[in-house]
Every structure is written in structure tokens, then in C-alpha cells.
Design a protein around this ligand. Structure first.
Ligand SMILES: Cc1ncc(COP(=O)(O)O)c(C=O)c1O
Length: 386
């Protein structure tokens, strides 16, 4: 990890802050774009993972599109220089003004998540005198074998339209004049490490596409979402995720007769290039003998551990001690779940030491809040450090 190599230099920045390794981001983008182009796959970066301006600027250099989950994400993508032509927009609760904005901007596709939404897109497009390209986001009912807090494609999930509902409403769906159904969209969850899940996804997509085609739907593209997981346990072993494997699986198993295949990776592109750097404030032992290290970061900078028990590898990057102890690493927020790790073995850790919370580039800063009126953390980019 970059932070260990430049630990002393990092002392000049006010903690907590996100450290972004721009070289690693570029390596990741080199890899994902090279393998995708080998198969002719199209990429949309899921901007919700991280919309830091430098990150977006770097991603934009690679000519990938953007996947958005709100009108403001669409706005952010456009204002950051991404072409509307490469923007897809999913989301279960799109407001009228968001739909209107997306249509006005002429984005590539609105990925529609309910029949009522379809009706509203048709109405608003009609008011604007336009025909909007959309994709039907279909719930494929697949268990992605990930943390249940971040799975999105099981039958009782709020995401997508059930395949059965589509089948029962083919005539209604085909009756809208101001929308053009250009694609089919699925996204089954995030942090998927068991890659055979993508095989099940392909099997489902193949069956759905075959049936819908038989019913007269003519899609140009199939968007299979994002979800590729990363190595949170030992990030050094896998700084760049294995895009080649997932693309190879999709290429072998997806049989969609020449339709374009799109992906929407977020985490896999940006997670490993970001670290949250935090200083140790206090050390104390509980009456039960637990050694607690209080750091100056909290769930307001990185909520994933508190929100869904996510694991991040933590290292003390400044301690010179060889002796190790087990610590509970706790944040400053006024919440009992504001714990980064209940029990991590670190070299003896003292006030003023710098810790890195690794693999924090995705769903870190983009989920930051100002709870307890905390300041938002800063960002430090590897290529700007003197
Ligand atoms: C529709 C959609 N596409 C793509 C993504 C990105 O997922 P990931 O960061 O796991 O690649 C998400 C994440 O929630 C999503 O909801």
C-alpha cells in the first residue's frame, strides 16, 4: 500500500483524509478497458462508488461511460465532462424532475425499475416532445453470495421489475409511444467474489432475452450491471481486480445474439486506490481488558463497517514497535457501532501514530456524512505529494 512507503510525508496533512493512489487507479483502468475492448464490451463507471473530481477526471481520460443512481449523479457526470451519450441511469425512486433532467440531457438509457416508472417516463418524454431510450431493469432472482445488505437481485428485493410482471404486461409496455426499449438491465449485487455467480446470471439473462425476443421485444444491448468484488482481506495480493476472469465468464456463457454487452463496475475500479488515513487520539483499556484505540476518523468518513459490518484491513504505518497487541479500533462518532475493527493485531500503538484503513476508495467518501457536525475529510492524491 502506498501509505506505508510515504508515511512520514503524510504527517504534514490534517487527518483524517483519503489518500488516492492515482498510479494504481490508472493501472486498474488500463486493465479493465484493455480486457473489455478485447471482447467489445462497453463500460459505465458506477459514479456512486466515488465522485471525487480527480478520480472522475482520470476515469474520463479512458473514455468509459457512467452509471448513475440519481439526477444529481447525472448532473455531476455531465458537469465533469462525461458525454450524456454514455450515461445510464438506474434507481428505484426517480423523481419527476430527475427524469425530466435526464431526458433533457439525452442520456444513453434510463434503466427503468417499475411499470409505474415506465408510465411516468413516457409522460415526461411526451411533454418534452422526445422519445427516450430505456432499458428494463429486470430482477433475475439470483443469490449473489455476498453480504445480504448489498445484494439487489433476489425476488423480494426492491430493485428491478420482476420478470413475471414484464411477461404479464407486454402489451402495456409496448403501447408507450414516447419511450424506446433499447436494452435490458440487471444488477444482482456488490462485492461478488464467487465468480460462478456470474454464470448463473448469464443463464438467467439468456432465458429472459430469448423469451422477451419471442414476445417481440427488440433489444440492442444487455447491461449486466457491476458487482465484481475486491480483496479486502489482503489488498496487497490483488491491487487490480481480476477483470479478465469475469469478462471471460460472461463472454463464454452469455448468448445474446450479437447484442452489445455493458458493465457498470464501481467498487472494482476505485476501491483499492483509496486509503483512509487517520491519527490515533487515545488509548484506553476497558474493565473487561479490551484495549481500545480511538482514532480521529469515524463512521462519518467511512460508514461501511458501521452500516453493514464490512471489513477493512487496518495497518499502523508509523509504529516502529515489533511487539504486537490486539486492539479494538473505534471512531469518534457518538454511536456504538462506530467501530472500524473489533480486534486487530497491530504493533504497539500510541497517540499520534498514523493508521491506514485500506481499500476505502469505493463507498467511502461518497457515503461520508456530517453527523455530529464533523468536517468532511480531505483528499490527497499520490501525484501531488512533494
Ligand atoms: C445498478 C447498479 N449498477 C452498478 C453498481 C455498482 O456496483 P459495484 O460497485 O459493486 O460494481 C451498483 C451498486 O450499487 C448498482 O446499484
Amino acid at each position: 500500500m502506498l501509505s506505508r512507503q510515504i508515511a512520514e510525508k503524510l504527517r504534514s496533512y490534517e487527518t483524517p483524509f483519503y489518500l488516492y493512489d492515482i498510479d494504481l487507479l490508472r493501472q486498474t483502468l488500463d486493465s479493465v478497458t484493455a480486457v473489455a475492448s478485447r471482447y467489445g464490451f462497453k463500460l459505465h463507471y458506477a459514479i456512486k462508488a466515488n465522485y471525487d473530481p480527480r478520480i472522475l477526471q482520470t476515469i474520463n481520460e479512458y473514455g468509459v461511460g457512467i452509471d448513475c443512481a440519481s439526477g444529481n449523479e447525472v448532473r455531476c457526470a455531465i458537469e465533469s465532462g462525461f458525454s450524456p451519450n454514455g450515461i445510464v441511469y438506474a434507481g428505484v425512486g426517480k423523481k419527476d424532475k430527475e427524469i425530466r433532467y435526464a431526458i433533457e440531457q439525452g442520456i444513453f438509457s434510463i434503466n427503468c425499475e417499475s411499470l409505474q416508472e415506465l408510465e411516468q417516463i413516457d409522460r415526461i418524454a411526451g411533454e418534452l416532445g422526445k422519445v427516450q431510450n430505456i432499458a428494463l431493469r429486470i430482477n433475475p432472482d439470483i443469490d449473489p453470495k455476498t453480504n445480504s445488505c448489498i445484494d439487489t437481485g433476489q425476488a423480494d428485493s426492491k430493485f428491478g421489475i420482476s420478470y413475471e410482471e414484464v411477461m404479464e404486461n407486454v402489451d402495456v409496455i409496448n403501447s408507450y409511444k414516447n419511450i424506446h426499449i433499447k436494452g435490458m438491465h440487471l444488477h444482482i449485487g456488490s462485492q461478488i467474489r464467487e465468480l460462478h455467480v456470474f454464470e448463473y446470471l448469464c443463464d438467467k439473462v439468456n432465458a429472459i432475452v430469448e423469451h422477451l425476443t419471442a414476445l417481440g421485444f427488440e433489444f440492442d444491448f444487455v447491461d449486466v450491471g457491476g458487482g465484481l468484488g475486491i480483496n479486502y482481506d489482503v489488498p496487497e495480493n490483488e491491487p487490480v481486480p481480476n477483470f479478465a476472469s469475469v469478462f471471460s465468464i460472461i463472454s463464454q456463457h452469455l448468448k445474446v445474439g450479437g447484442k452489445e454487452v455493458h458493465f457498470e463496475f464501481g467498487r472494482a475500479i476505485v476501491a483499492q486506490c483509496g486509503e483512509l488515513i487517520t491519527s490515533v487520539l487515545y488509548r484506553k483499556d476497558t474493565a473487561t481488558g479490551k484495549k481500545i484505540v480511538i482514532v480521529d476518523a469515524s463512521m462519518t468518513e467511512l460508514i461501511r463497517p458501521a452500516l453493514y459490518g464490512a471489513y477493512h484491513n487496518i495497518e499502523n504505518i508509523t509504529s516502529e514497535e515489533t511487539r504486537k497487541e490486539r486492539y479494538c479500533i473505534a471512531g469518534t462518532a457518538c454511536e456504538s457501532t462506530d467501530i472500524f475493527d473489533q480486534s486487530v493485531s497491530l504493533p504497539v500503538t500510541r497517540r499520534g501514530d498514523l493508521l491506514t484503513i485500506k481499500s476505502a476508495g469505493a463507498y467511502g467518501m461518497s457515503m461520508a456524512s456530517r453527523y455530529n457536525q464533523h468536517d468532511l475529510p480531505g483528499a490527497v492524491y499520490s501525484d501531488e505529494i512533494e
